[in-house]
Structures are given as C-alpha cells and as structure tokens.
Design a protein around this ligand. Sequence first.
Ligand code: G3P
Length: 218
Amino acid sequence: MKFFVDTAEIDDIKDLAATGMVDGVTTNPSLIMKSGRDIIEVTKEICSIVDGPVSAEVAATEADAMIAEGRKLAEIADNIAVKVPLNWDGLKACKTLSGEGKMVNVTLCFSANQALLAAKAGATFISPFIGRLDDINLDGMDLIAEIRQIYDNYHFQTEILAASIRTVNHVKDCALVGADVGTMPPDVIRKLADHVLTAKGLDAFMKDWAKTGQNILS
Ligand code: G3P
C-alpha cells in the first residue's frame, strides 16, 4: 500500500519524506488555508520534495473553470494530480483533464456509485472519505471494500486512495481490504511504528547491553 501524507506543512513533509515511506502528498483547500501559504508557491515546494503524486485541488465550481484551474495547477510540476470534487462538473473536468494525460484525483467520494462514475471518467485516483462516514455512524471501511470489489470486477485502473484517515486502525483496515493508497495526517504516519512492547523490549535490551561493556564498532 502506498502512503501519501495529507498536509501542506513543509516541515512535516520533509520530516516524513526522510523516512523513505512517503509515496505522495495530498492537499485540499482547508489544508492550504491552514498552511497560510499561497497555493502555487507551497505546491511547487512540495513537488520539489516528493517525487510521487502531489494532489492540488481546484477551487472552481463549474466544469470549464475547473478545467482551466486544473491546467494551471498541472503546470506547476510533472507530478501534480489535479483534484476535483465528485459531482457532475468535477466528473466532466476529470474526463477532459485525464484525456489530456494529466493525473486526476476525484475527491469527496462517499458512495460506491460515485466511485464507479469516477473510474468511468478516467480518474487516476478516487478518494473515499473514511472518517467522515464514521462520523455519521456509517462504516467508511465498508465503502473501501465495495469499491475494491467493483474496480476488480471491471478491471478499472483507478487507484483507491483512502482519505479522511484518522487512526492507525484505519490504516491497517485499509490494507486488509486492499486500498491502493492511504493518505494520512502526519501524526497517524508517525504512530504506525509505535508499540508499547517494542519500547519496553528495547529498553530492557539496552540496559543488558550496557552491562556487557561491549562496543560493536571497536
Ligand atoms: O484527504 C481528505 C482529508 O483531508 C479529509 O480528512 O479528517 O478532514 O475528514 P478529514
């Protein structure tokens, strides 16, 4: 499963990219707002740090304007994935932009039928929002599993990019049901390596090692 980091914070992206675990980045208008940066400038900087796909979202609400914005965003770097919302305007924009060879990420997906439409429109990525479904007492993971089955039934190449991930258990469950990508807030990625028994075991090993008086390098 590929890991994308869901942020526009440069320090977090640099820190996590250094682990070798970051395969891409996703941003959205809320994350750009939180960063306080200009969308073009910050997206360009992100693309210089990460080689994989960097999603940059259009802000227009009508297909032709989305297409114009998408073309401008795609000029920032070769690894831009233009992000469009899952409505009819976004689907039309997806069809046009993907037809031009651009990567397109169709976002705000909350149903299997929406995901089917995005695949038919040539989306590179579909972004189902797990956490926001859980928030309203639905099961976000069921949606990922449904989309996996539908895409496999018809051999769609669109990658399932699980979004709105809030917990490490979301990550594990996405991997179990076969999401292609998970986009995660920086702290969720950091927590993936944590285990209380790892910390406890390492502490015990280090205490015993100190008693040997040895040094592996000398
Ligand atoms: O990638 C979409 C993601 O940023 C949404 O997450 O936590 O705002 O639902 P959240």
